[in-house]
Design a protein around this ligand. Structure first.
Ligand code: NAP
Length: 405
């Protein structure tokens, strides 16, 4: 596809409206979505739509910024099949200049992992690019995928898979002090969802609980779920070295996630199996990856379509096992949790763990830890092994990675 613009050079202040179908998650795929993006963001949006199989219906350029010279709005109707997997061509639009170099495409050693590039006293001001629900009709609560533009920082805020960033919500607490930061696991690879090397995405559930008969909503999670594209957000970090992926392309990776604990797992799986990401990162995973994902309802599954696509494309390398707690029952008639699935597959999991190339990652609810331990204890005992001795050994070998809240 060609987007014809009169002023295809540098950032010129115009905004572009892009109408797309079949792009996004769940019901978003069925509805037409409209994005308004700056010139600088246009190409990466096109790439993201193309990569995710979206169909671009219309691109229109409008002169909006007061400083921009008046331009005739250019309206380009796009053929139905324009956005193929390998790219909506936008050859007349210049690529966004990359502000600073992110880490090399190959895996990074722990020493080279960036930490605390931005601290709470001087956070980076990121711009919200996108914020949409990941849930299908009938799901419990709110979970959004939110993407921030990190371009323009000095140093550029960059990160690797498995790290977290801090968000400082606007406003003040009950004592009139600025809010403290909250950490969120990063849900995008180091290259960002649009592969432009200067965005970061989060997967955020709005915290909701009852206190003294009142429904309380989390300050930062509500701030994030409500935030609109274009808003500026204070970002710190990155932090964390617990959940880094091994460098080895032949490693095996077992992932245990509940709810939004899927965030780091999504980064690993994109790095391993998302075609354009794989092409860019040059890391050609050949091991076995197995995701155990726990959610309350089918409608609460996160990034489910992507995972099924990876399963179809890489049947020898990826396995996806779900535990839908409020729709399925375990063998005792209770809610189906991921530890029940771990028990069902205990032999295979143990055979994998005995291989020194296998790493286990756990992320999500802290409550799942004892359950997983119990399941592993039973599985180990069936093989005449003692899990209480094995687990510290795996930890020491940096093969047992846990991040739970
Ligand atoms: P959610 O959608 O509510 O799903 C959580 C799933 O886990 C539900 O199916 C739930 O079942 C099940 N579950 C409840 N208790 C369990 C237990 N003891 N063992 C195993 N499974 C259990 O999840 P969410 O609200 O997004 O929550 C995710 C949690 O992960 C939050 O606490 C969040 O703070 C944390 N988190 C941590 C990190 C991190 O450490 N880096 C990152 C992201 C998220 P039922 O509700 O049906 O009982």
């Amino acid at each position: 596809m060609r987007v014809s613009t009169d002023k295809a050079s540098g950032s010129d202040g115009r905004l572009f409206t892009v109408v797309v179908e079949g792009y996004g998650v769940g019901k978003q795929r069925r509805a037409a979505r409209t994005f308004t993006v700056s010139y600088d963001r246009l190409q990466s949006l096109m790439q993201s739509i193309a990569r995710n199989g979206g169909r671009i219906r219309l691109v229109s350029a409008d002169s909006v910024a007061p400083s921009a010279e008046a331009t005739t709005p250019a309206e380009v109707a796009v053929p139905h099949q324009a956005a193929s997997d390998h790219g909506a061509e936008v050859s007349e639009v210049q690529p966004t200049p990359t502000p600073a170099k992110p880490p090399a495409a190959a895996a990074v050693s722990h020493a080279a992992v960036p930490v605390n590039l931005y601290k709470p006293k001087e956070p980076f001001l990121g711009t919200v690019l996108d914020n949409y629900s990941l849930l299908a009709e009938g799901a419990i609560g709110r979970v959004n995928h939110i993407t921030f533009d990190l371009a323009g920082g000095d140093p550029q805020l960059h990160y690797v898979e498995g790290q977290s960033i801090g968000i400082i919500p606007d406003g003040t607490d009950a004592a009139g002090k600025p809010h403290k930061l909250r950490l969120y696991s990063i849900a995008s690879t180091r290259h960002g969802d649009d592969l432009a090397d200067h965005t970061v995405s989060l997967c955020v559930r709005q915290l909701e609980y009852e206190k003294d008969g009142e429904t309380i909503h989390g300050v930062c999670s509500t701030f994030l779920c409500d935030i609109q594209p274009g808003a500026k957000v204070k970002i710190t970090g990155p932090v964390g070295k617990e959940m880094l992926l091994p460098d080895d392309e032949e490693a095996n990776v077992i992932m245990l996630a509940t709810g939004t604990g899927i965030a780091p797992m999504r980064t690993y799986l994109r790095r391993m199996f998302e075609p354009a990401e794989r092409e860019k990162n040059g890391w050609h995973f050949r091991g076995k990856a197995w995701l155990f994902m726990g959610v309350p309802k089918t409608a609460n599954l996160l990034y489910d379509e992507d995972f099924h696509r990876y399963e179809a494309e890489y049947p020898d390398n990826f396995r996806y096992t779900k535990a839908i707690s409020r729709e399925e029952q375990n063998s005792k008639g209770g809610r189906m949790y991921i530890q029940d699935r771990v028990l069902e597959h205990a032999d295979e999991i143990f055979a994998m763990i005995e291989n020194a190339k296998t790493h286990v990652y756990m992320c999500g609810l802290r409550g799942m830890e004892p359950g997983i331990d119990e399941a592993m204890t039973a599985a180990a005992a069936a093989k005449g092994l003692d899990w209480s001795q094995l687990r510290p050994q795996l930890k020491k070998e940096e093969r047992w990675h846990v991040e739970t809240y």
